[in-house]
Design a protein around this ligand. Structure first.
Ligand code: ARG
Length: 464
């Protein structure tokens, strides 16, 4: 038989199809720890403020513990609950009666599922967002330690996916480390705002019994309690923030995935993905496919879709609680699980891939030093714009003669522009190492500037 938290004034049962649409147990069962934690805190607060007897509270506290253990065990065995109830709140209350008797009927005093469910979700988020932060921290550490170990490796840098300038491979890795650092900072800001308890807001108007909401909030680990009950039960802004955050983090993972996919092709060949993080083809025996990274790239689209679809649910809602809000958990859990897997797959891929340093430096070509050549002229006093055009003319001449910048005879340089200086000075620029070492200014690709990035990221990550 189904235990319902409502229905006193109903003559008939809801239709089975409405029940199917309405029931949320399959999804909100995931909140059973939070539901029980919230109920324990609620009963304690009712007791402390004189609305629940010592005996009833004791019965409720120990009963809730037993319910929690039972549910935990059943989920372990079956992966789901077979209760006929519509949601986790009803399941817990009905099961509590078995252990606490009539005291269980007092648990929901002055409470609504509206403030209860909002509180549960926030408690779950406070816990889970810490977990996701830890995983991104892990990815960040992997990027930093690779950057440290591989600082000597020079690779082509691209803009528009066209060869641009030589860079340190570590500089590339760290460009993502900084992105993920910013993701963590943004996540912390979201957690800060999230730490605000809706419990005690009732269905809409607040709590008619005198209770101490601040004390209640703190007993659950919240920093504050919500300042307006209507806002509290109707708002899912914290979920919107999280979903949008997750979609941005997904975009960063997707960009990294795309770079690595390209770098792992035979045509680029800078990296080789480990067996653990690549897959094969059912037909072509030689294939080594970057499926993990492709799935991460695809998942970023799904994360964006989830963020967008949830905002669509909210946009036309009237104030306070409406059942449309029940979908919040479905989208939240889905997006959370997906992002977590993506972070872990990315971390594993980055940790286990191999870089082919000979290949990455081997594909550099003298044309990528054209900017350096312009800087030779600038150092000799030539205005940059003129230097840029002059080097353009050198490139054109070299192409005509079937040369590159390095093999073009010195005489050709001097004919185009005498300010190129001595041959010895000119030839000095044809070194990848000295090219990247020019960029010592903060944020640049020289060894010292890259080392500074590593130091400051290492320092930062220690404190999170
Ligand atoms: N399962 C509901 C949800 O998560 C709980 C709130 C139900 N409130 C109500 N008035 N029907 O949104």
């Amino acid at each position: 038989d189904r235990y319902q938290l409502w229905g006193g004034c109903f003559g008939e049962e809801p239709s089975s199809v409405l029940r199917r649409l309405n029931d949320s147990l399959g999804i909100d069962v995931r909140l059973f720890h939070e539901d029980i934690r919230g109920s324990k805190a609620w009963a304690n607060e009712l007791h402390r403020s004189g609305h629940l007897s010592e005996d009833d509270n004791t019965a409720i506290q120990s009963g809730l513990k037993k319910v929690e253990d039972d549910i935990e065990q059943e989920l372990c065995i079956n992966g789901r609950l077979n209760d006929p109830e519509e949601d986790i709140h009803s399941v817990v209350e009905r099961r509590l009666q078995k252990y606490a008797g009539d005291a269980a009927l007092r648990l929901h005093t002055a409470r609504s599922r509206n403030d209860q469910s909002a509180t549960n979700t926030k408690l779950w988020m406070l816990k889970s967002l810490q977990h996701i932060k830890k995983e991104i921290g892990q990815l960040l550490s992997i990027l930093i330690s690779r950057a440290k170990k591989e600082i000597h490796i020079i690779a082509p840098g691209y803009t528009h996916l066209q060869r641009a300038q030589p860079i340190r491979w570590s500089h590339f890795l760290l460009s993502y480390a900084w992105m993920f650092r910013d993701d963590i900072i943004r996540l912390q800001e979201i957690v800060e705002r999230l730490s605000c308890s809706p419990l005690g807001s009732g269905a809409i108007a607040g709590c008619a019994l005198q209770i101490d909401r601040k004390r209640l909030a703190e007993s659950l680990g919240f920093k504050q309690c919500t300042p307006n009950s209507m806002y509290a039960v109707g708002s899912r802004d914290h979920i919107v923030e999280y979903l949008n955050w997750a979609s941005l983090c997904g975009v960063h993972l997707s960009k990294l995935a795309e770079d690595l996919i390209i770098y792992s092709t035979q045509e680029f060949g800078f990296i080789r993905l480990s067996d653990q993080f690549s897959t094969g083809s059912s037909l072509m025996p030689q294939k080594r496919n970057p499926d993990g990274l492709e799935l991460v790239r695809g998942a970023a689209g799904l994360l964006l879709g989830d963020a967008f679809s949830f905002s669509c649910i909210l946009k036309g809602l009237p104030s306070t609680y409406n059942k449309d809000l029940q979908s919040d958990k479905e989208v939240l859990f889905r997006s959370y699980d997906r992002l977590l897997d993506c972070i872990k797959v990315t971390a594993g891929t980055v940790e286990t891939m191999q870089i082919d340093e000979e290949r990455s430096v081997g594909v550099l070509d003298a044309g990528m030093l054209a900017t350096d050549l312009a800087h030779v002229l600038v150092r000799g006093g030539v205005p940059f714009r003129r230097a840029h055009h002059t080097v353009g003319a050198v490139l054109r001449r070299a192409a005509e003669l079937g040369h590159d910048l390095q093999t073009l005879p010195y005489q050709e340089y001097i004919t185009i522009c005498p300010e190129f200086g001595t041959e010895k000075e000119l030839r000095k620029i044809f070194s990848w190492e000295s090219s990247v070492e020019q960029y010592t200014t903060e944020g640049g690709t020289s060894k010292s500037a890259v080392s500074k990035q590593i130091e400051s990221l290492e320092q930062w990550i220690k404190d999170i």
